[in-house]
Design a protein around this ligand. Structure first.
Ligand code: PMM
Length: 300
């Protein structure tokens, strides 16, 4: 299978000729990397629009932190956080994704103009999710997820992380298809950092090509995650804080784009937008006469 086969096109969304950039707007007081910064409708909308200016192709709006051990927000509060932000961004012409595990939030977000539902539980947290998304005919992100885990159970146990993530994702994709979501509307995501140690995340990134075997566009969400802190700290050091992991995130974006990811989900868009464009230019340079090969015109 070719490196680019994971990119594909997701029905119902615009088509990009390179890895797309999904900018994150967390309307939460407690997300691990940017909690509290956009916890207000107008600040969140402004931030979303700024990310688009920096090069985001779509904006992922979430109202519930998924960090390990986070307490769940109630439904009314999640709706209060998310819906106005989705509505305003969509009415400004932004392609909006909603990051939620609740069918009601997905349904109302789609009604408010969202174009994509991003469920970190892959439809497992709320039995009404798949029927709602199927009925709306919306595209759906299926992430690898092993449940609401707390404390020591957060750690994932794997004998072969790539094979297990692949098998578990395939089972979820089958369930989503059986629930009536069209195959050309499904995106898969390895769920970096969810029940995974740094070594698992790195192994998954090293084998993104194997995830293409699922036959669906691939979303990679490495932004500011714990494993990057581990890599940057080295064996003895203290990991840098989440907001000092953006250069490392952009490096992963370039690798993911090169490996044929459909999109990368990031908090800081600017560097990643550059990274995916460079990856596209390099890809183009593989084919004589293709766009990327022309980037050196006038250089000498
Ligand atoms: N990670 C987070 C939130 N949403 N969505 C997808 N599809 N994949 C992810 O890995 C993912 C996600 C947690 O990160 P954040 O709290 O910094 O947004």
């Amino acid at each position: 299978m070719s490196k680019q086969s994971g990119r594909g096109h997701v029905a119902g969304l615009p088509e990009w000729d390179r890895c797309a950039v999904m900018g994150v707007v967390n309307v939460t007081p407690d997300s691990f990397s940017d909690g509290g910064r956009w916890f207000d409708t107008s600040a969140a909308v402004k931030h979303g629009l700024a990310l688009v200016t920096e090069g985001a192709d779509l904006i992922d709006v979430g109202g519930e932190s998924t960090r390990p051990g986070a307490t769940r927000v109630d439904e009314a509060e999640e709706l209060r956080r998310v819906i106005p932000v989705v509505r305003e961004l969509a009415s400004d012409g932004v392609t909006v994704s909603v990051d939620t595990m609740r069918a009601s939030v997905a349904q109302q977000s789609l009604a408010a103009g969202a174009a994509l539902v991003n469920d970190v539980s892959g439809g497992l947290a709320d039995p009404a999710m798949i029927p709602v998304v199927a009925e709306a005919g919306a595209p759906f992100v299926v992430m690898h997820w092993r449940g609401f885990l707390e404390g020591s159970t957060v750690k994932g146990l794997y004998a072969d992380v790539v094979t297990e993530v692949l098998d578990e994702l395939r089972a979820r994709v089958d369930a989503v298809l059986a629930g009536g979501i069209a195959p050309d509307r499904i995106v898969v995501d390895p769920g970096l950092g969810f029940s995974k140690e740094a070594e698992h995340d790195l192994t998954l990134l090293a084998h993104l090509d194997r995830l293409h075997a699922l036959g669906h566009p691939l979303l990679v969400a490495a932004s500011r995650k714990r494993f990057l802190g581990r890599v940057l700290a080295g064996p003895q050091g203290a990991p840098p804080p989440a907001r000092e992991r953006d250069a490392a995130t952009a490096a992963v974006s370039a690798l993911a784009a090169h490996a044929g990811a459909w999109a990368v989900r990031v908090h800081e868009v600017h560097a990643t937008a550059d990274a995916v464009r460079v990856a596209r230019a390099v890809e183009g340079a593989r084919t004589p006469g293709a766009e990327g090969a022309r980037g050196t015109e006038g250089a000498r």
